[in-house]
Each structure stands twice: as C-alpha cells, then as structure tokens.
Design a protein around this ligand. Structure first.
Ligand SMILES: NC(=O)c1ccc[n+]([C@@H]2O[C@H](COP(=O)([O-])OP(=O)(O)OC[C@H]3O[C@@H](n4cnc5c(N)ncnc54)[C@H](OP(=O)(O)O)[C@@H]3O)[C@@H](O)[C@H]2O)c1
Length: 219
C-alpha cells in the first residue's frame, strides 16, 4: 500500500518507519523546510520519498495526519481534497485554534473538517517515544493502538495496517464514542495509558454498554 504521512515529525516519523518495515511505500509531506523531507526520505531508505502534500495525498490510499493541532487547517489547505482517502488522524487537541464544541469529540470535529475522507483516529494515545520503543513487541505484550471511525471498512484497513506495523489494533467504535481515547490523561480514560489486548476488550465492552471503563491496568 502507498501511505502518505503529512507531518513526519515524532509521531509521523515513527508511523513512516513502521509502515516501511511492514513493506509499504511511504510518501513524506508538509514541512516548514522542504529539504528536511528529502533528507528524511533518504535516511529512511528504499520505499520512502518526499512530495508536496497534494501530490502525496493524490497518489496514496492511506493518509496519516500527524501535525500539531494548530497546523491542521494549514495542512488540509495544502493537501486539497481528501475525497475517498482513508485518513488516520493522530492529532490531539492541544493548541490555541478552534476546539471541539461541548459534547463533541475531537474526532467528530476533525472528521467534519476532512469531509469526503474515510476518517479514522489512531496513534494518538501514547507518547511518540513509547510508541517507537514498543513497536515490535510480540504475543500478549503487544501494545494496543486504539481506532475509532465511522467507516467500518476503513477501520478494518487501518487495523490490518496497525498489526503489520507491530501493534495490537483495537476498534473502539465510531467517532461519537471515542472520548475515552482523547486527551487529556485522566481517570476513566485510556488516553496516555498502555493497554494490552485482554484489558482492551473489557474497555470496548464497557464503552459499548455505556458503562465507565475498568480501572487502568498496570503491567
Ligand atoms: N509527540 C507525542 O508524543 C504525541 C503522541 C500522541 C499524539 N501526538 C499528536 O500528534 C501530532 C503530531 O505531534 P508530533 O509530536 O509528532 O509533532 P512534531 O514532532 O512537532 O511534528 C510535526 C510535523 O508537522 C510539521 N509541521 C508543523 N507545523 C508545520 C507548518 N506550519 N507547516 C508545515 N509543516 C509543519 C513538522 O515539520 P517541520 O518541523 O519539518 O516543519 C513536523 O513534520 C500532534 O497533533 C500531537 O498532539 C503527539
């Protein structure tokens, strides 16, 4: 698959690295310094290239959005239409620009500004350092990357990708139900916490039933 990473910084750089390891092609775009994208593509090696955001998105099936909250509108202006593309939004709502309305999840807010995209959210709950460090765990120790999104087929494609990238995918449901995977870190949420599959299943059951999630596990 061809995956474009819009904003290959800490989170985007790690997703690019893991996607390449899994045998995918990666196109890097969006930087205040175009030379940096070429440099990173060279460093990542075969399968990686740099392009403008519009070129990258047009040539990719999956688009990873990994920019700071305040740069999302600028990134979307540069990508142009995301129609039909599976988007993985890794962002968290830290910044000064417009925020989700009361009662609206950040995923719903961002899905609305990426209209036409097959929107999903993932890779947002754990620090970039922890994601990089734990990417290739095996068996029961695999770290969960949560997914939410309203297009079930897109969620499935993203789940396969996450698995190939070295993590345990867990689908939490639609964009209306994913508040527990959104910032900030707090009791009663999975944001900021390591999860493994067995404990994640109990979270999904609780969210589906509209119950508080079980206490945070420790490993
Ligand atoms: N860091 C974490 O631990 C973490 C964990 C989970 C989720 N997140 C979320 O993931 C998203 C990305 O975070 P990050 O820590 O990976 O950020 P980062 O390391 O600062 O990377 C941001 C990327 O966006 C590009 N960029 C930023 N502003 C730009 C602009 N105005 N024009 C063009 N390019 C621009 C940067 O390119 P240049 O620097 O080359 O210009 C860089 O490639 C954020 O929404 C964050 O909340 C972060």
């Amino acid at each position: 698959m061809r995956i474009s990473v819009v904003g290959p910084g800490r989170i985007g750089g790690n997703t690019a690295r893991q996607a390449l390891k899994a045998g995918h092609e990666v196109v890097l775009s969006f930087s205040r310094d175009a030379g940096r994208l070429e440099g990173l593509a060279g460093e990542l090696g075969p399968g990686a290239s740099a392009a403008t955001p519009a070129q990258a998105v047009q040539s990719s099936e999956v688009v990873v959005v990994a920019v700071p909250w305040d740069a999302i509108d600028e990134a979307l202006a540069q990508t142009g239409s995301l129609d039909g593309r599976i988007v993985i939004d890794t962002t968290n709502q830290y910044g000064r620009s417009e925020m989700p309305a009361a009662g609206q999840t950040a995923a719903q807010f961002n899905a609305a500004r990426m209209s036409g995209a097959r929107y999903t959210k993932s890779f947002n709950t754990l620090t970039s350092a922890f994601q990089a460090e734990t990417a290739d765990r095996t068996g029961d120790e695999r770290v969960v990357q949560w997914i939410c999104g309203d297009d079930a087929d897109a969620n499935r494609v993203v789940a396969h990708l996450i698995e190939a990238m070295g993590y345990q995918p867990v689908d939490l449901g639609g964009t209306a139900d994913c508040e527990v995977m959104e910032a900030p870190r707090r009791p009663g949420a999975v944001y900021g916490e390591e999860y493994r599959l067995a404990d994640a299943r109990a979270v999904v059951e609780a969210v589906n039933a509209g119950r508080p999630i079980p206490p945070t596990p420790s490993y």
